[in-house]
Design a binder for this molecule. Sequence first.
Ligand code: SF4
Length: 545
Amino acid sequence: MTTAPVRPQQVTTGPIQGSAKAWIEGPDGITVPVRRISLSHGEHHDVYDTSGPYTDSRATVDLHAGLPRLREPWVTSRGPGTQRSWARAGIVTPEMAYIAVRERCDAELVRAEVARGRAVIPANRNHPECEPMIIGKRFLTKVNANIGNSAVTSSIAEEVEKMVWATRWGADTVMDLSTGRDIHETREWILRNSPVPIGTVPIYQALEKCDGDPASLTWEIYRDTVLEQCEQGVDYMTVHAGVLLRHVPLTAKRVTGIVSRGGSIMAAWCLAHHAESFLHTHFDELCAILRRYDVTISLGDGLRPGSIADANDEAQLAELATLGELTRIARGHDVQVMIEGPGHVPMDKIVENVRLEEEWCDEAPFYTLGPLATDIAPGYDHITSAIGAARIAEAGTAMLCYVTPKEHLGLPDRDDVKVGVISYKIAAHAADLAKGHPHAQARDDALSRARFEFRWRDQFALSLDPDTATAYHDETLPAEPAKTAHFCSMCGPRFCSMRITQDVRDYAEAHGLTSVEAIEAGMAEKSGESRDEGGRVHLPISATD
Ligand code: SF4
């Protein structure tokens, strides 16, 4: 007996605590949304906003109608081509102009990086609801969140809510990795309601059409699946065309073999037919299809290492070299290309991955899954992988695919999605800081000032997850006066070092001293008092009101 799919009725809407949707005016009538955090001292701080109309208190959300078709006039007013072909022709498209406002950079930088192939703009002409974004190492590091049902769990309604939920917390793209029932309809709901680019792995749906038997796959089934997804509006597709017959034996002695779903499917096909993968032999034809819709190709790492023991091994690097050859073929079709990367890699081997990818794949944007820097913490792999993700992004990776606490253990639910996204926003931002991105530090500085000045509500609002920050604070000090108190429950009022520092500064101002002199004077004063009182320990400046 089959049951009707649970279709979405509603999703999470409303502004994130402490902020509101605002709009920045760009050229030619372009308006770009930001999340505006209004601070208690009258200033505001704008942050990059991936959440679409769902966080706009004035927007009406109708899931059945889908989001406004922002790009429709741009798409219909121009002929065939891709963002790459237009960039190479010296044209700044409306998408590029939009991205320049979003990234606070020159539109010429956007055009030049796309033309060079060092950045991609995943934007299928059939996904007009998508707010344009860019993936490239000269821009903010991006985060992808995977969603999708499996044969055993989840509904369409849950997956649409996960998409909205992931973008609420900062996911820049979402991959729909559905493998269960209702794949087409699930994707349709997601696409029509997604403000961010949607990626897929078409081989999953193709395999469903073959009742899960890899040997029954054919180029024709795969091609028709790709066409179906292009027509729907998928913005980028993972294609495991780098898994070659001769690569498969290289995995024989691995601890964890082939861990990529797409990689194992194609390896099984190659072995069953003792032939080269149809993804590889029909690659030109595939590129010609993707070009028509301007779908970005994400060359999958089907032989990525699935354990620390297998990191940077022969199989992984042989595939990476093949991906370099495919990059040049795709670019010959003016198809935009990015390269997927590992996996599980110890810290000392991470940078080598970026170096080789840039060298062999002509600096195509690198898109990595983590990598997990250790294998020993199932249940905490959002952390093991965020460590590797920060390192690899600092070295030049353009987009990080998140990992949730459920990795290796089960399908993530809504809570796991949020933890995964926030973990990866931390990794991405830490990398942007380390790379010296011109606008990255402003938010740290604003939050640090709020923290030092005990503007608790500003500190919450500026944080990546205001709800959790507020809840943790209020767990011990829930009363309203605590929101302006010059301490929290961590050190308590007498030992609050930031309050003591402020006392030092007040002392300095009152006595006309520099802070260094004030500290010495305060210390001398207190040490005298201490001797007088029999050597009891005091703070340098009294922490009383
Ligand atoms: S009590 Fe400690 S943790 Fe809390 S604000 Fe003061 S210095 Fe920071």
